[in-house]
Design a protein around this ligand. Sequence first.
Ligand SMILES: Cc1ncc(COP(=O)(O)O)c(C=O)c1O
Length: 419
Amino acid sequence: MIDRGRMAPVCFLSKEEDLHFEYHCHDCGCTFTSDEVVYLCPECSGTEAKGEFRKGVLSVEYDRQELRRLAQKDDLCIDDFLPFPIVTPQVFPTGPTPLVRPLALSRELGLDLTVKMDSQLLSGSFKDRASILVASQAIHHGTSRIALASTGNAGAAMSAIGAAYGLDIVLFVPASAPVNKLMQSVLYNAHVVPVRGSYDDAFALSIAYTERKGGINRNTAYNPMTIEGKKACSIELFLQLGRRAPDVIYVPTGDGCILGGIYKGFYDLLQAGLIERLPRIICCQSSRSDAIASAFESGQFRDVAASTLADSISVSSPANGRMAVRALRESGGYAVRVEDDEILEAQRQLAAKAGLFVEPASAAAWAALLRDRKNIAAGESVTVLLTGTGFKDMAVFNGRISLPEAISCDVKELDKLDF
Ligand SMILES: Cc1ncc(COP(=O)(O)O)c(C=O)c1O
C-alpha cells in the first residue's frame, strides 16, 4: 500500500489543479506516497523511549515546481496550498479571522504590531483550522465517522464541524476532564465517551476505535492533516499583510501542533518563492508546562509534569514536540516561558487596552511578547497569534474578579462616583 521513495499523484484527489504531495518523516527522513489515510511513520512510530516525545510525526511535502508555479498567481488563496479542497467551505467558514492593529498597545510598546484573532473562529478556537481539513479528508475518503481524543478545544472544533457537515464525531475524553470544556461538544451532538483513565488512555482508545470500526482519526499531530490544516493561518496572515510575512510571530504552545502548522505555512510560502525567509517563530509556554522550551534548550526530548492554569497549553508529553523544536531552530526562533500570574495580567491587559477577550492559553503569547520585548529590533514587524476566546474559560475569574456593588436608582448616587 505504501510506495516508498516515489513522487506520484495521490489518486483520490483527482482534480488536476491539486498539488501532488508525499509524506515525509522528520525522524528517519523517509518519504512515501499513499492513497490511503496515513498517520505516523510506520518505521518510527512507537520507537521513542518511555518518557520521551513521540517519534514518527509526518509532514506533507509538495512538489517544489508546482509550489513555484503558485507564485505566478495573482488571486492566490489558501486552497491553492492544500492537499485537497475544503468541501463546500460556506457550510462552516474558517476564516479569514480579523487581523487587529491594537494602536494603544503598539504605541505603548513601540512596536509595529498585529494580532491575529483566531479566537474568532466559529467554535471559539484555532482548532477549527485542523478540523475542517480532516472533515474534508473524511468526505474525500467516503467516510462520515471521525474519532479523536481531546479534553477541550480540538474536540469542540471537530464536533462543531461534524454537526455542520452531518458527520459522526466520536470524542474520547478522560472521565476527569473539566465538564465546562466538554459541554460544547455535547451540545454539538458529538458522541462523547468518557474514559476511566488518563488523556493517553483516551488517545489510545480512540485509535483502537478507528482501527476496529473504521473512519478517520483526528488526533493532534497523529493525523498529518491536522498540521496541514493549521498552516492555513500563516497563508491567510501572509495575504492579509499584503503578501508578506511578519518578521516575528508569537505562538502559544502546548503540544506544538499549532506551532508546527504555523511553521509549515511559512515553509510552503518559502518553497514557492513567495517569501524570502521564515519569520522568527517564538514558542510561548507556561513555566509550569514547558516541555518544548526545555527540549529546545537541552536537546533532550523529555516529558515534564505540567500544571498551568492555562489548561489548553498544559501538556506533559507534546504530541508534536520534535517537529516544533526543529521549527524553532530553522526559523531562528526560540522559546519564552511565562509565569501563570503574567498570563492572567496579559489577559487583563488585552481586554482593558485592546478590547480583546481571550482564554489564558492565548494570553500566554501576549505575556511572552511583553517579556521578550527587548529582543525585537527596531523596525521589525510582530504578529501575536491569539487562539481561543475568553468565553471558553470563565471559571478562571472565580475569586479573581468581582462585580462592583449595586447603587440605588437615585441621581444623588451619581455624585458619589469618582468617574
Ligand atoms: C486556545 C489554544 N491555544 C493554544 C493551544 C496550543 O496548541 P498546541 O497544543 O498545538 O501547541 C491550544 C491547544 O489546545 C489551544 O486550544
